[in-house]
Design a binder for this molecule. Sequence first.
Ligand SMILES: Cc1cc2nc3c(=O)[nH]c(=O)nc-3n(C[C@H](O)[C@H](O)[C@H](O)COP(=O)(O)O)c2cc1C
Ligand code: SF4
Length: 439
Amino acid sequence: MMLAAQQFPRLLAGLVPGATMSFANHQLIHGPMDLSRHGRAASEHPLLLEIERAGLRGYGGAGFPSATKIAAVAAQQGRPVVVINAMEGESLSGKDMLLIRHLPHLVLDGAIAIAMALRSDRILLAFDSGAAGARRAVERAIAERPERGTPGFPEIVGAPLGAAYLTGQETALVAALNGKAAKPTLTPPYPFERGVSGRPTLISNTETFAQIALIVRHGATWFRGLGSERAPGTRLVTVGGAVARPRVVEVPGGTTVRRLLDASGGVTESLQGLLVGGYAGTWLPPEAIDLALDPLELSEYGASLGPGIVFALGESACPVAEVAAATAWLHRESAGQCGVCINGLGAISAALLELCDDGYHSGSYGEIERWCGLVSGRGACALPDGAAAFVSSAMATFRAEFEQHARHGHCDACLDRRVLPLAGQELLAPRPSRRLVAA
Ligand SMILES: Cc1cc2nc3c(=O)[nH]c(=O)nc-3n(C[C@H](O)[C@H](O)[C@H](O)COP(=O)(O)O)c2cc1C
Ligand code: SF4
């Protein structure tokens, strides 16, 4: 069976919950990947043009055009390395782990196609060494590949790394793969210029490679057959919070938030707000439920879908306590090597935590929004920018609750369990499920 035109779901086709798809089943569902017509190298490569026509943008968070990035690597001297970024340090996301645990061959296909186009001899699959079942699934999938050892095909190596929020940031990932501490480094040089072992390095997200595996087979016109002009194709979104069945769903681009929540069993209580894009994302009011997941519509609210995350905050939770806890976590996860994180993010975090105390208030509440403006664009990586957007959008969305806390200290709900999952801390609520559904 091959995927038909308009087939839906695409990425999740044939998935059996709990099982890792074998290479044989993967071939049955998606058919073989014909790389013969993709034998040319460099920036005129037909696959690159097809990826550009498809309008593919990376699914790791920033939504950067994939063809531009691949072309930048192709233009370098030296044999490139291809890195699959499956670190998924964002605790609100479940899609990358789901892909490598259940559908690893789709991800490997995309990486092999790109490595062949770039004449790369090495693919590294970087993943969280502590994630249950990941190592076994990766090792088994690599061992199953028929191209293994065939001259002209790249070597594929699993790279289990210690997980942290920052390890997935591309310069930190390069440092970790080069055997150094997983901390961001100053750019330039960018990884596409000098990355793993000093070689030009293409780093892309797991889902980006899985989508490329489909574009190689079916082309750009097929890819654009679902979704909208501005959000072509489908994408995976991890839905969490006050929904009946938190999970990863595949949706056509441009789907509304309401449809996503319905696909996750519907909301379980009235909503106070929606977090779109994760811990570097944006809080929106409940009325945003009818927004389409379309880059333009979202950008009018200063938001983007980031790595594909929507979290519904129910009325029983305290938004101030949730934002304070998540910001303290982001501060702890920062590498502590730039003043902007040590001082700026530290001060923001301390002022937020103070709002949930019951004692003395220093009055620094009034400074938080100004401090958020000051930290943006000042660090060696985008962590403080994301944290500032997360905090300032929360203060705009939950203005009344923040002012209430500034006047009276903690509320009753501050003392309840936290609902936002933070890796490395006791999970006070279920993480978004790795289960999947197509909506
Ligand atoms: C703090 C931070 C953490 C990040 N973590 C991840 C991650 O876990 N996985 C990921 O794919 N990208 C992550 N990114 C984005 C990567 O730096 C990079 O842009 C991405 O892997 C590129 O893939 P794409 O072009 O397919 O989107 C992170 C960025 C920042 C600033
Ligand atoms: S900006 Fe913050 S997280 Fe990024 S490298 Fe500097 S200290 Fe680390």
